[in-house]
Design a protein around this ligand. Structure first.
Ligand code: ATP
Length: 847
């Protein structure tokens, strides 16, 4: 409704009229002097000092009313044209010139108002309304109504304040119309003769001119209407009743007049001290009606009129004291704008249309009576879903923390073992080195991630072994002929991906370090981890469902985006969690592979396989194949483990029952059986991309002895397990095999002289003039899996390249399954050994 404006003090002026004829006749002295246009002093001879009063304006005897209007009322009066309420008061004792002054000011103001309207009527449309009232004997009378004997009631309006009920309000046609109405008011006003004024105004007169203006352009933005009123208030005389020699009806008038004026004075005095506490506006009708003008939403000017006559000195001083208080009163005028009904209707129509569109967008339509209920029901449902999601998210976060904690513990254990591994008996280390077919991987396993992050440590590790070799502390047959291979192989691991891949299996170390770790214990742990991973997978699935639910949500809930982002970030966390859990399980499976496959030499592919299966199982992208993969690989693995345990038990039973009987037992038809198994193994090596060094060692070591069958069976089981690996695993192992061939090719110039080299090239059908001859040779090795002679040649070549001397071969037991009951129980050996009790299979360190 309102805007702009601000607080400002009431504009207070004092006008001193000249001595009138009566005063002159009785030789009344003029005790007041306007020393400038703001200050008036009292020259009364009986006063010791000359009190002075300063106001916004002081108008002397000769000052015309026009100047009083211009300087003391015009600005305030005309602000009504800007939509600001205004009031012009005339206050003073009877015959002081109030009516004389107000009549002139009202006329000048009206004149200016109409001049302004004429000037702006092209761009703005003005509507003027006029009402007039008098408060006589505390009764409000309508001055525009001929039958004004019935007093009007005052009503309190929450927006407009006090309003006069049924007050006639005339819409002004033109200036003449207004002037006519004003003249009617003059005739209607109660006047009477007092001792001081033959035509004394016996009432408070309030003329109200309301001006509304709006731009003539029709647009919603310019449809606001400025609406304000200007009040011209001619108060009744403020003199005391005794002074006017009143009696009878005049005395009664005086009492009522004074009641209103007394309240006016109280209100002004209180307002002058600030708007704190109770302001007694309601104590008189005058102050109720003028409440806005006296301290509210209006600009106000008060012109205090006074007689300069000594005989009115006291009343004049009272008037000036009132004026002094009025100077301190602050009002807070605002620009009053109203929105036209037409514009309001248009605005409401637009709002309605917008809301209908919102409802349509929600898919609810706007026509059904039950729309609102459905909407609220839907909102409630969504809020419940969101609450459940929040709970599930918290649960998932908890599970993630648990999984992370487990992984951290495993890593810590691995690191601890690694640091303790430097004290491992070199002879044991050597025996492991010399028999480990998958030496590079195991070496990296031992190093763990430190192989990548701390190459110095890795070098020290190798140097230890070399120094040990060179120190002749070890038997010749146990010297690590693969040290060079190990170093070179490691140096060839420049490929960061490969190094990381190797580092991933570092957790094997932890399990290898556990001297008393049993297969059952490990299997239990793996199963527990698998359950944990499965739980994670289910949780992941839940999260996906939650997200799908959110995606289906057609509502425009603002929370949707928020929760989706939470779920998204949590999904990332879960993904990471799955990776961590997958790594953990992978590590354990690798360790379990080492349990399964003697001497740790099969870790390379088996660990990859297990790791891949788990990762694949956990992959949310491969949703369609996830369950199948899990079941297949998981089932195969357990079968594989169960088979190995059974084999171990059987072997132990045989060993324990009667070794002599074993010796005398008729030999199987070993040769045919051996060749059959060897053929299968060679075939599977090719399929599984088993490293050539491994093939070579295995091929050269196991030649058909009865005791070899257990190794052959283990190898067959392992390869059978590996051959079903997913394509990605085979590709990875093929890549690694390619690197091994490259490394072996680099060994040819080192191991063979020029002539011998040419012989090798010829033997392997490589053109001497061709390029990369060594590479061609190593790429031919171990490729004809059905050709035993080719395999023999391949094994011979690789053995030479890695320095594997068949005549000084390490005993199988040093890196294979050792069945001696006690000797390796508490020492670091090359692989698995079965404890004397055979109640469990303990793992000794692989170093
Ligand atoms: N400034 C003035 N110059 C000349 N004459 C004046 C001036 N002020 C007042 N008069 C004359 O003084 C007389 C009394 O003035 P007026 O009626 O306006 O007093 P009043 O304050 O309205 O008195 P009341 O309260 O009794 O109505 C009038 O005849 C008026 O013409």
């Amino acid at each position: 409704m309102s805007a702009g404006g601000g607080e400002e003090k009431i504009l207070v002026s004092v006008r001193v009229r000249p001595l009138n004829e009566k005063e002159k006749t009785r030789n009344d002295r003029c005790d007041w002097e306007c020393i400038n246009n703001t200050t008036i002093i009292c020259n009364a001879h009986n006063l010791s000092d000359k009190p002075s009063f300063t106001f916004d304006k002081v108008f002397g005897f000769e000052c015309p009313t026009k100047q009083v209007y211009d300087d003391g009322a015009r600005e305030v009066a005309l602000c009504v044209l800007s939509g600001i309420n205004s009031s012009i008061f005339a206050y003073g004792q009877t015959s002081s010139g109030k009516t004389y002054t107000m009549t002139g000011i009202t006329g000048f103001a009206i004149n200016d108002i109409f001049l302004y309207i004429d000037k702006h009527k092209q761009e703005r449309k003005f509507t003027l309304k006029f009402s007039a009232m008098e408060i006589y004997n505390e009764a409000v009378r309508d001055l525009l109504c001929e039958d004004n004997n019935n007093p009007l009631r005052l009503l309190d309006d929450p927006e407009r304040g006090t309003v006069v009920e049924k007050l006639k309000e005339e819409t002004i046609r033109d200036r003449n119309h207004l002037e006519e109405l004003i003249s009617i008011c003059e005739t209607q006003r109660k006047i009477g003769e007092t001792s001081l004024n033959e035509t004394s105004s016996r009432s408070h007169q309030i003329l109200r001119l309301t001006i509304e203006s709006s731009k003539r352009e029709v647009s919603p933005e310019s449809s606001a209407i400025l609406a304000a009123s200007v009040c011209f208030v001619d108060l009744a005389g403020s003199e005391r009743a005794s002074q006017t020699l009143s009696a009878g009806s005049r005395l009664k008038e005086g009492c009522h007049i004074n009641r209103s004026l007394l309240t006016l004075g109280t209100v002004i005095r209180k307002l002058s001290k600030g708007k704190h506490g109770h302001i007694p506006y309601r104590d008189s009708k005058l102050t109720r009606i003028l409440q806005n003008s006296l301290g509210g939403n209006a600009r106000t000017a008060i012109i205090c009129t006074m007689s300069p006559a000594r005989s009115h000195l006291e009343q004049s001083r009272n008037t000036l004291l009132f004026a002094t208080c009025a100077k301190e009163v602050t009002t807070n005028a605002q620009v009053n704008m109203v929105v036209s009904e037409k514009a309001l209707v248009k605005q409401l129509q637009r709002e309605l249309m917008r809301m209908e569109n919102e409802l349509k967008n929600l898919g609810l339509g706007g026509s059904s009576s039950s729309t609102s209920d459905e909407f609220h029901s839907l909102l409630k449902q969504k809020e419940e879903v969101i609450e459940k999601m929040e709970e599930q998210i918290q649960e998932l976060k908890w599970q993630r923390d648990v999984a992370q904690s487990r992984v951290e513990n495993l890593l810590k254990s691995a690191a601890e073992y690694q640091s303790s591994s430097s004290s491992v008996d070199y002879s044991r280390r050597k025996s492991y080195d010399s028999t480990d077919f998958d030496e590079p991987r195991m070496l990296n396993n031992m190093m763990g991630q430190r192989t990548i992050q701390e190459p110095e440590d890795a070098c020290k590790e190798v140097r230890c072994i070399e120094e040990n070799n060179m120190g002749q502390n070890m038997p010749k047959d146990q010297q690590p002929c693969v040290v060079e291979y190990k170093q070179n192989y490691k140096s060839s691991m420049a490929d960061e991906d490969e190094a990381k891949e190797y580092a991933d299996s570092s957790l094997n170390v932890k399990l290898e370090a556990q001297d008393e770790l049993t297969i059952d214990k490990l299997v239990e742990e793996v199963q527990e981890t698998e359950k944990s991973v499965e739980k994670q997978r289910e949780s992941s699935s839940k999260t996906e469902d939650m997200e799908q639910n959110l995606s289906k949500d057609q509502s425009c809930l603002e929370n949707k985006k928020h929760y989706k982002s939470i779920i998204s970030s949590d999904d990332e966390a879960i993904k990471s969690e799955k990776e961590d859990a997958g790594s953990s399980l992978s590590a354990k499976l690798e360790a379990k592979d080492e349990l399964t496959v003697h001497n740790g030499r099969f870790t390379f592919n088996t660990s990859n396989n297990a790791s891949f299966d788990l990762d694949n199982t956990l992959s949310t992208d491969a949703q369609s194949t996830k369950d199948t993969d899990t079941e297949t690989s998981g089932g195969s693995f357990h079968e594989f483990m169960a088979g190995l345990k059974q084999m171990a038990m059987q072997h132990h039973s045989r060993h324990e029952s009667d070794t002599e009987a074993e010796k005398t037992k008729p030999e199987r038809d070993t040769k045919a059986e051996f060749e059959r198994q060897q053929s299968q193994i060679i075939e599977l090596w090719g399929v599984c991309n088993v490293p050539l060094v491994h093939r070579t060692y295995f091929f050269l070591l196991f030649k058909g002895d009865p005791s070899d069958f257990v190794y052959m069976e283990v190898e067959l089981r392992r390869l059978s397990f590996l051959k079903d690996s997913p394509e990605i695993v085979r590709k990875q192992s093929a890549k690694t095999l390619g690197r091994e061939r490259e490394w072996l090719a680099k060994q040819i110039p080192k191991k063979f002289g020029r002539k011998d080299r040419e012989e090798v090239y010829k033997k392997w059908g490589v053109e001497l003039s061709s390029k990369q001859r060594s590479m061609q040779v190593t790429h031919k090795a171990w490729t004809k899996t059905k050709d035993v002679e080719h395999c023999k040649e391949s094994a011979s070549l690789v053995a030479t390249l890695v320095g594997f001397d068949e005549s000084n071969m390490t005993p199988k037991e040093m890196f294979g399954l050792s069945f001696s009951p006690t000797t390796t129980l508490n020492v670091k050996s090359s692989g698995w050994s079965f404890s004397n009790s055979f109640s469990r299979i303990s793992l000794t360190g692989g170093l």
